[in-house]
Design a protein around this ligand. Structure first.
Ligand code: HEC
Ligand code: HEC
Ligand code: HEC
Ligand code: HEC
Ligand code: HEC
Ligand code: HEC
Length: 164
């Protein structure tokens, strides 16, 4: 009997179609459906666990997994190892190891939690935290291509400046 229950629990865990969460998280589900993650066959459970008790408790019991900011790169790095390594070697990633109490850019700060974030929003996103930029960042006027201006000099994940 216990074995059957266990098996059932395991099956319930695998059957994590996003629509099972939609009753309460319509927006997350809609965002997620627009992402390559959804078209690649991933579901909510890959990052949040089956969360069966959460789902049936009207949210009174927390989901099985919610990555804390310092754990996000590890979660994403399960599948995006190169990006994880580049990020963790960058000034953004090093903040977590340094013990500094400042807000840093994380995978989901730039990419959003579920939806694909358009590049047009990246530069504005950077300037939430980087209000005063050194003169060298303005060598090429941002007006040339404001959508990708920061990343036309800074590598997307290491932030290294390439010689143009
Ligand atoms: C690729 C991993 C990933 C998948 C797949 C994923 N999430 Fe998330 N989700 C995250 C991350 C990362 C956060 C932010 C956690 C934090 O606060 O640090 C988050 C946050 C949330 C939040 C709270 C904040 C917000 O953005 O609304 C909800 C609700 C949520 N997810 C629901 C869902 C649902 C429902 C699905 C399936 C349709 C889903 N998630 C699929 C990674 C994922
Ligand atoms: C019956 C309603 C309901 C269902 C169904 C539901 N949730 Fe939630 N969920 C909530 C409530 C309520 C909260 C807490 C309020 C908030 O943060 O928006 C929440 C919060 C969350 C969070 C954020 C937790 C945090 O610490 O920030 C995540 C992630 C999440 N749900 C994932 C899921 C996933 C995955 C499913 C499907 C397996 C699901 N939920 C199904 C009601 C629900
Ligand atoms: C279970 C594996 C898995 C996990 C975990 C995962 N991803 Fe992905 N990711 C994929 C796959 C598969 C693709 C689609 C690859 C393709 O089609 O080129 C993808 C694509 C992407 C893309 C490109 C989207 C596009 O439109 O080109 C971004 C950005 C991304 N993931 C960010 C993240 C972030 C941020 C996290 C953590 C919150 C994460 N991924 C967690 C598997 C994963
Ligand atoms: C400072 C902002 C920033 C952070 C932090 C960040 N990314 Fe990115 N990422 C970008 C930009 C910008 C692109 C290029 C987007 C495009 O071309 O549409 C990108 C592209 C990607 C892609 C698509 C493949 C590629 O290289 O073009 C994946 C996958 C990805 N990021 C995953 C991650 C993961 C995983 C993390 C955390 C370990 C992360 N990113 C952290 C800004 C960021
Ligand atoms: C949530 C806040 C936040 C956001 C958003 C953010 N950053 Fe940062 N950034 C930081 C912090 C914190 C540091 C580390 C500062 C330090 O080391 O004292 C940093 C450092 C940097 C550095 C310095 C690199 C070095 O080696 O010294 C560059 C370049 C940079 N960020 C570019 C960007 C770009 C480009 C974006 C947008 C794609 C961005 N940042 C978005 C917080 C942020
Ligand atoms: C024309 C190339 C170029 C562009 C475009 C550019 N940067 Fe820079 N950035 C540099 C160079 C070169 C340095 C290192 C030299 C220095 O600190 O003066 C740098 C350094 C930085 C630093 C570290 C500052 C410090 O005090 O250590 C941050 C943060 C930064 N850039 C953010 C940004 C952001 C955010 C954008 C987009 C709004 C951006 N950069 C666009 C070339 C550029």
């Amino acid at each position: 009997m216990a074995l059957i229950l266990l098996l059932f629990a395991a099956l319930a865990g695998f059957a994590q179609e996003p629509h099972r969460c939609a009753a309460c998280h319509e927006e997350s589900v809609a965002d997620f459906k627009s992402h390559k993650h959804a078209s690649s066959g991933m579901d909510c459970g890959i990052c949040h666990g089956p969360s069966e008790k959460h789902r049936t408790s009207v949210g009174n019991i927390p989901p099985d997994q919610v990555a804390a900011p310092a754990e996000v790169s590890k979660l994403c790095g399960n599948c995006h190892l190169a990006e994880k390594q580049q990020y963790e070697s960058s000034a953004h990633g090093r903040v977590y190891g340094s013990g500094k109490k400042v807000k840093t850019a994380n995978c989901n700060t730039c990419h959003g939690n579920h939806a694909v974030r358009p590049l047009a929003r990246q530069a504005a996103n950077c300037q939430r935290c980087h209000t005063a930029l050194p003169a060298s960042c303005k060598a090429t006027p941002l007006s040339v291509n404001p959508r990708v201006a920061c990343m036309s000099c800074h590598a997307r994940h290491t932030l290294a400046v390439s010689s143009r």
